[in-house]
Ligand binder design. Structure first.
Ligand code: CU
Length: 156
């Protein structure tokens, strides 16, 4: 009888797997353009952390508050340099989720190696998947209880 019960739940398992496997983009919030002004100064970036969602277009206006600085974003290969008084714009699509460091790429003083910030690209779909899985679990439970009521189970 166990096989029959498991077989009855199979469609739900398939549905749950589909929710996990479906491409990220279907669940993602509509991508937006993030305009950010990033100020580089000895020896930090302001803001030190940039948070975006996967799929967002990121437009960074880089400004220097003192000497010549650079910007290099790990994993995205974004690279530019900026002179004081002249802002520089770079843009890219944050198509990979994760944490990526951005660093100054122009030797700008003795603490230059510590001039590091962090780009956080959120996967942008976890919540929707969780809701989907919870719904499938609830449906499967209801279906299972109707199909195999506990009273009948005792007789088997
Ligand atoms: Cu620098």
């Amino acid at each position: 009888m166990l096989e029959k019960r498991l077989a009855a739940l199979l469609p739900f398992a398939v549905l749950a797997a589909a929710i996990l496997a479906v491409p990220l983009d279907l669940f993602a919030a509509a991508p937006v353009t993030r305009q950010v002004t990033l100020k580089a100064g000895q020896f930090a970036f302001d803001p030190p952390i940039l948070r975006v969602n996967r799929g967002d277009r990121v437009v960074i206006t880089l400004q220097s508050t003192d000497v010549v600085h650079g910007l290099y974003v790990d994993g995205y290969g974004v690279s530019t340099r900026v002179e004081p008084g002249i802002s520089k714009q770079v843009e890219f699509v944050a198509d990979r989720a994760g944490k990526f460091r951005y660093r100054c790429s122009v030797s700008c003083g003795n603490l230059h190696p510590f001039m590091i910030g962090e780009l956080v690209v959120a996967p942008n779909d976890t919540f929707v998947r969780a809701v989907g899985l919870a719904l499938v679990t609830a449906l499967a439970t209801l279906f299972y209880l109707r199909r195999f009521p506990p009273a009948e189970a005792a007789r088997e």
